[in-house]
Write a protein that binds this ligand. Sequence first.
Ligand code: ZN
Ligand code: ZN
Length: 351
Amino acid sequence: MCIEWAGEQDWDRIKGYAKEHGSEVLLGVHSVHVDEKWKVTSVLSIASYNDNVEMVKLTLEAGFDNKEAMYLAAQTSMKNSDNSTILRLLLEHGLDPNIDLQVEGLVEGIYNLLMSAAAAGHIDHAIALLDHGANVNKTMVRPDGHVVSPLAFTICFGGHDYFRLFLTRGAIPTTSDVLYVFTLCLKACKGEDPRLSRDVAIQIFATFLHLGKPDSDVVRDKFNLAPPSYHDPTIANITKHYLQGRPFCCFVCEALTAASRSKLHMCPCRNVAYCSKDCQVKHWKEHKVQCTGPLNERGESEAMVKKRSKTGKGVAAGEADVGVAEGAVAEGAGATGKNGKKGKKGRGKKK
Ligand SMILES: [Zn+2]
Ligand SMILES: [Zn+2]
């Protein structure tokens, strides 16, 4: 009966029943039913399936804590709901975001919750899991022996937003992630991956290098591994810039072009580039400590000149107003422009 109610919204009846018989009657829902595979049928999972928040709450508040059922409810909810209300309720009531039923032998070949969130396509779910301590670097072993990381998993689903989220939440790319990103992005640029467009692949690639900061030797190695016919000009350009330590995307949002033009705006120090004044302002507080200010015609910063001549005075570069940097953008823009729109058009021929 309780299971039937899980799909209903007749709260007066359900709550009246629970009140009359004690809320633990809802624990009857516990009667975990394991079918021929591994599914656990419970009020919780059915209520999650029906996106029935009230019933989920009632069940959890009655003390329901079967971990398989909670895990399944979380999986179901991620598939069926575009908000994280139920998932958050489960987490608040003890669902372990790193639960590994595979290791415990209860579930075979299933991905962890974070991976499932990436597959289901609602970023809210991944944020809820991470907020509750999900380990963004927790890998899973596939039945074929392949080790899959949540980061690599997001690329399969073309989810740049997930990819970025995982990197900003501390995902550390493994060597096989680097190979995976190269392979997937280069294939996508060739039009060989129906799930990933060239634009998204390039954006994922830029974000990967900028935020993931993979080891340069590994990057060089993996790039050279790809057959030359797969060397997409934009990917090649971004890789070259990365290996040379030059900016190739907006420091703040990884955009490859400015909103109003094809070239990014370079900070006069030429170490960072931005897509817009907004992004530059956002980053200025952090960057002003490192910013060496504009370079002279010999490519030297003010500090370098000062050191050389020991006579330099004037404003310390770090104190320059953001407006100054913006004003000086035009001359510097060429450097980033080459990996920006030009590369995107498939040429990147500017030397
Ligand atoms: Zn930006
Ligand atoms: Zn600067």
